[in-house]
Every structure is written in structure tokens, then in C-alpha cells.
Design a protein around this ligand. Structure first.
Ligand code: IMP
Ligand code: MG
Length: 189
């Protein structure tokens, strides 16, 4: 297949992402290993749409009892910077009162989205909210939030692939890549 002109450099390929997801799953399994399935179910909540490839890989390797649910939160509105306050477009469909919640995200940039959602879920009565993310950009964080488990760290480049989009495209790419932003000014689909 011809490389898309907006894909600049492939930073992490499929094989290395899969290996990382398995490593993360091991650590998550270790953390929840004492959860008794008779009286507790972990609620995993994916933030759509970016969580899909990461979450699909991760949950298949989790060995504790869990419910999988999703939220849609808008913040980037298809752009390359965070342009608005996070807004919940689709809320969870299960009761999380007194539950262990595992929030699953594609990438943390400013951290504003996850911070907002974490607070929201705690206010809804979650006993604990842990955060796992495939990637993060530690230099860009603007709030006091650290993922409990993080796959890869990057600088401040704009990334696409493995769930990450530019104007809703590229989520399907099986790798993490930099986007050639020099081409975006006059870009037409
Ligand atoms: P934050 O609130 O600034 O941490 O932004 C988090 C959200 O912005 C993530 O859930 C992503 O959907 C999106 N995002 C952040 N960085 C990138 C990127 O490099 N490429 C694509 N989407 C990104
Ligand atoms: Mg996202």
C-alpha cells in the first residue's frame, strides 16, 4: 500500500504496540488480582472513539471480571489542538457507585479531558478511578494528572494512527505515526 502523504514517520509499529499492550495488561492484572469476583466487578470505561484499537487489544488480556462501557467526550473537535472545554456527548450506561473504574484512553496531551472525566466519575460515586493510556505527552500536561499505566511517551508532535485521528481519519492505521502538519494548511480530502 502507498504511504498516505500525511503520514510522516512511523514511530511505533504494530508488533511493538502489541507487545506493549501485553506488558500493560500484565501490570493491570497484577493490580486487580485480589478483586473477588463474587463481590466486585471492575468497570472499564473506554473514551470513544480513540480508545477502540487499544481497548480491543487490552481487554482480551485482562483476567479479572469486568464490565466494558464507553463514553464519548469531545474536546479536539477534529483539530490538532484542544479547542474547547470537554463535553460529555454520551454518558456511561451502568451504575458505578462503589466500583473500581478503569478509564481507558488513547493519549494524554494536556490531560484536561481525563482530569475532567476522572472527577466526573468520582462524583458519580466510583470507589476508585484508575487511568490507563496507550500514549502520553508529558511535556504538554497542564493539570495534576498522571496515568496509572502508560504505554509510550512522546514529545509535542501531533500523532495519528492506532485510534488517533486527524479530522476523523487514520484511526485504523495499525501503527503510531507523526502527522505531516506542514501539509495541513491547504489540505483538502
Ligand atoms: P487532552 O485533553 O489535551 O489530554 O486531549 C486528549 C484527547 O485529545 C485525546 O483523547 C485524543 O483524542 C486527542 N489527542 C491528543 N493528542 C493527540 C494527537 O497527537 N493526535 C490525535 N489526537 C490527539
Ligand atoms: Mg480521545
Amino acid at each position: 500500500m502507498v504511504k498516505h502523504p500525511l503520514v510522516k514517520d512511523i514511530l511505533v509499529d504494530r508488533k511493538n504496540i502489541d507487545t506493549k499492550i501485553s506488558e500493560l495488561a500484565k501490570n493491570v492484572n497484577e493490580y486487580y488480582k485480589n478483586i473477588n469476583y463474587k463481590d466486585s466487578t471492575v468497570i472499564t470505561i473506554g473514551l470513544l472513539k480513540g480508545c477502540v484499537p487499544f481497548m480491543a487489544g487490552l481487554i482480551k488480556e485482562l483476567n479479572f471480571q469486568c464490565i466494558t462501557d464507553y463514553m464519548i467526550v469531545s474536546s479536539y473537535a477534529g483539530n490538532i489542538t484542544n479547542v474547547q472545554e470537554p463535553k460529555i456527548m454520551n454518558d456511561i450506561s451502568v451504575n458505578i457507585e462503589g466500583c473500581h473504574v478503569l478509564l481507558i484512553e488513547d493519549i494524554i496531551d494536556t490531560g484536561i479531558t481525563l482530569n475532567f472525566i476522572k472527577d466526573y466519575l468520582l462524583k458519580k460515586g466510583a470507589k476508585e478511578v484508575k487511568v490507563i493510556t496507550l500514549a502520553s505527552k508529558p511535556n504538554k500536561i497542564k493539570v495534576d494528572l498522571k496515568p496509572d499505566w502508560n504505554g509510550f511517551e512522546f514529545g509535542d508532535e501531533f500523532l495519528i494512527g492506532f485510534g488517533l485521528d486527524y479530522q476523523e481519519r487514520f484511526r485504523n492505521l495499525p501503527f503510531l505515526a507523526t502527522c505531516d502538519i506542514s501539509k495541513l494548511d491547504n489540505w483538502k480530502w
